[in-house]
Ligand binder design. Structure first.
Ligand code: BGC
Length: 820
């Protein structure tokens, strides 16, 4: 995130520009522990056990040094336009590192961790530039700190390492969620790991394990799914890929964020209040984070918002009792950006910074993403320890965890990266990214055309195809291309708010977008289509509605790429997520030509589509990444048979929902009737059952072939601690090879606590040739059915109610009983 904190003024210190670091091993000469003379300290012995190394180092550290390990400071604090004569070290992006600033932050204040937030790219924003910047900072810390302690470097590589502008970028998580493919989530994590290993960002603030339950929220696209089981499984796989399997010597730390309930603000806004009954937290919210934690995620980031009137950053219940006590997390907990200070400035639960620091640390925060005030952090922590507000034992707990992480990452032994390999590493894996995007694209409508065939797939030898819409792409590189590229990448790509936007100069998002000369090398929809069709096909790019309509008159098909501009965090909050009026009008005008209109939505969330919801064919492409245009073309022309399924419910539109439209007949299509999610509890609302009436339900997604499930059976009886075995057969009943995602739900006919009509408990992904069948055998732990017992104030331990349940697969059911 960019920062709005005031620039600080410090003492006048002579400065020199830092020289680039070379790849050298860590330094050896170390002060001995008082009263002990040892020339080879245990902590510097790579062969010693990590626990022994941590104990040895901790023993040598002063309180000031320990406290510094608990702080994370923005890289901008290490930069200035030139050696700052007045000591002002708060330099913006593109400014060089300055020795005086490094000295002050890393050495004088012992800061143990550096962050590049969303906007903090180095001047040379390439893989090599990032690697060299990291090496230089790391070398300074190791060479000059008394105990030669390496830093740990935080970045947000949320869909690949998005900052170096040539990087390969995967679909944003919401698209990865639509793949329902845990192997792909793991492979994407592993590819991101390769990018980070080469560039030095060893602490990755991903994956986001918050649930997607409110399309108004600007971070919806950063999440996997609305269903806890889907989010948990994809997150777990991603963590495994990112951390390289096991965590010992992992070299990259993943972060489960933002714990907990960050996506659940009551008004759809970022960092706003959430009101979450313990039952909902325990039964629905926590399990998604648990998936990442059980997969071994090294760190957890705290929710910036408040839950039930308490800022998460100050909640001992959340960060210690639940996270460590109940969920078994053993790693490092980091606050989000500036959130310790926010306990004073926003929440007013502390009178001053020292009070805020005491609340956060005593709640369970190990590292504060401060992000600028390193002297304030030092003095607040020292004051708290001296006054007894924070015990030294509590400090030791945190520092032990942080040092353990640094040893596990190998930072004491191999602290540097090879900058000469970084450019190749960040641009690798294009084919994998294309495959991921292809798997994510979700076919939501495919109507029969005049020929009696479905609109899609298109033939590659059509005479003329018109491509229109603001996300279609460009004929030649330029601002239109930059806009379309930015639209398909979304936020956290090059910069916080995305690589490019054509904004009003007064727009406050101007602060945080990338640079026009750093547009990623991505394939747009137009380019993808051009590359897919025959040499004789005329592909016309229509830049405006009038051209599109007149060209459509002689076209065989029209493809309109619509959606959203890039955004991130609160700047992406959108109270009425809908296609812009001019995009709805473009679709309607093209439909009026009578030609088949294929709408491709490139957006981070379901939008009200208006005429787009009633078009010949509708593809949801999410934010598909650098290979998005090729992937869309792969699906349009049938090279890839679509298998993406909505990982969320697509809310109905207000004009389609009778109880709402009666108030405003003829209103344009607006998003209506949300939040909407599959496990909404049933109610008594005028016979609409659960009230679950989305435009497209959770799990929706068509294929160019057809599948049928049959022969469902489940274990007849199980214990509450057991697993339910489920068997069914999937047959490809169509004429093409394809992949079918099969969600497995459980229904509870009668229960004490109101149960959702369907709860997702497992899923399968099956690839079959035409006519082929396979038997799927899977199992799920009965614990996935646990609910918090008792009345409205239920807050006890979730338990599985004994009694009758029903497994549901497509329209099949199989009963089973949980024994008492
Ligand atoms: C976001 C985090 C992110 C951090 C560091 C914050 O604004 O909420 O998700 O990891 O910035 O960039």
């Amino acid at each position: 995130m960019f920062h709005l904190w005031p620039r600080r003024r410090g003492a006048r210190i002579a400065a020199t520009v830092l020289l680039a670091a070379s790849c050298v091993a860590a330094v050896v000469s170390v002060p001995a522990v008082a009263g002990q003379s040892d020339s080879t300290p245990v902590y510097q012995n790579p062969k010693a056990a990590i626990v022994a190394r941590v104990n040895d180092l901790l023993h040598r550290m002063t309180l000031e040094e320990k406290v510094g390990q608990m702080d994370q400071i923005l890289v901008t604090e290490l930069r200035a336009p030139s050696a700052p004569a007045d000591g002002d070290c708060n330099g913006g992006a593109d400014q060089p590192l300055q020795t005086v600033c490094l000295q002050r932050v890393l050495i004088d204040n012992h800061t143990g961790s550096i962050l590049s937030g969303g906007t903090d790219n180095p001047a040379d924003n390439t893989g090599k530039g990032w690697a060299e910047q990291y090496n230089a900072i790391q070398k300074f810390a190791i060479d000059n700190s008394r105990l030669h302690i390496p830093i740990i470097y935080g970045v947000d590589a949320v869909h690949g390492f998005g900052h170096p502008f040539q990087a390969t970028l995967f679909p944003q998580s919401i698209g990865m969620g639509a793949t329902w493919d845990t192997r792909m989530a793991e492979a994407a994590g592993a590819a991101t790991r390769q990018q980070l290993l080469a560039t030095g960002g060893n602490w990755n603030f991903a994956p986001v394990q918050d649930l997607a339950r409110d399309t108004r929220w600007g971070r919806y696209y950063e999440t996997w799914a609305e269903a806890p089981v889907l989010a948990a499984e994809l997150g777990a796989a991603n963590v495994r890929g990112m951390q390289g399997g096991g965590f010992d010597a992992a070299k990259i730390a993943a972060t489960v964020k933002h714990f907990a309930g960050y996506s659940q603000a009551i008004n759809g806004h970022d960092r706003a209040e959430a009101q979450l009954p313990i039952r909902y937290l325990q039964d629905t919210i926590f399990p998604a984070y648990q998936g990442g934690i059980d997969a071994g995620a090294a760190t957890v980031m705290v929710n910036s918002g408040s839950v039930n009137g308490i800022p998460a950053t100050a909640s001992r219940y959340l960060l210690t009792d639940v996270l460590r006590g109940k969920m078994g997390f053993k790693g490092v907990v980091i606050s989000d950006f500036g959130d310790v200070g926010a306990l004073v400035s926003a929440y007013h639960v502390a009178a001053d910074f020292a009070g805020a620091v005491a609340k956060a640390v005593n709640a369970g925060v190990d590292v504060s993403m401060t992000p600028n005030d390193y002297t304030g952090w030092q003095s607040a922590m020292l004051q708290n320890v001296r006054s007894g507000a924070i015990s030294e034992a509590r400090v030791n707990d945190s520092v032990r965890r942080i040092l353990t992480l640094k040893f596990q990452l190998g930072l004491f032994d191999q602290p540097f990266v090879d900058a000469s390999k970084a450019n190749a590493a960040v641009t690798a894996n294009r084919d994998l990214a294309r495959k991921a995007a292809g798997e994510s694209i979700t076919l939501l409508r495919n109507e029969q055309g005049a020929s009696g065939n479905p609109t899609l797939p298109l033939r590659t030898d059509l005479g003329k195809i018109v491509v229109a819409g603001p996300s279609a792409g460009c004929a030649a590189p330029g601002p239109d291309c930059a806009a379309a590229v930015a639209n398909q990448l979304g936020g956290w790509s090059v910069s916080w708010q995305g690589p490019f936007q054509q904004l009003d100069p007064a727009d406050h998002r101007n602060c945080c977008i990338g640079r026009p000369d750093q547009i990623p090398d991505a394939t747009t929809v137009f380019q993808g289509i051009k590359a897919a069709v025959s040499a004789s096909t005329n592909v016309v790019l229509a830049r405006d509605q009038q051209t599109a309509v007149s060209e459509a008159a002689t076209a065989d098909a029209v493809v309109v790429a619509v959606g959203e501009k890039p955004y991130a965090e609160g700047l992406g909050d959108f109270p009425a997520p809908a296609l812009a009026a001019d995009q709805q009008a473009l679709i309607a005008a093209l439909q009026a030509t009578g030609k088949p209109v294929i709408v491709v939505v490139i957006a981070g969330r379901p939008l009200a589509l208006g005429p787009g919801a009633r078009t010949s064919a509708l593809l949801m492409a999410y934010l598909p990444g650098t290979e998005g245009g090729s992937a869309v073309a792969d699906v349009l022309f049938g090279k890839v048979n679509p298998s993406g399924k909505l990982p969320v419910s697509w809310p109905s539109e207000s004009t389609q929902s009778p109880p709402l439209s009666q108030f405003n007949p003829g209103a344009p299509s607006l998003p209506g009737d949300q939040p909407k999610f599959l496990d909404l509890l049933p109610g008594t609302n005028f016979g609409q059952g659960s009230g679950y009436n989305p435009l497209f339900p959770f799990g929706a997604g068509l294929s160019y072939t057809t599948f049928q499930s049959s022969g469902l059976s489940a274990s007849a009886t199980v214990s509450a601690k057991g697993t339910v075995a489920v068997t069914f057969t999937v047959t490809n009943t169509g004429t093409r090879a394809g992949t079918n995602v099969v969600p497995v739900y459980v229904h509870r006919p009668v229960s004490d606590v109101v149960a959702p009509n369907r709860r997702l408990v497992a899923f399968a992904r099956v690839s079959l040739n035409a006519g082929e069948a396979t038997t799927v055998r899977l199992s799920f732990p009965v614990s996935r059915l646990a609910v918090t017992p008792a009345d409205i104030n239920g807050a006890g331990t979730p338990a599985v109610e004994p009694g009758g349940y029903e497994v549901r697969v497509d329209n099949l059911t199989a009963a089973f009983t949980v024994r008492r």
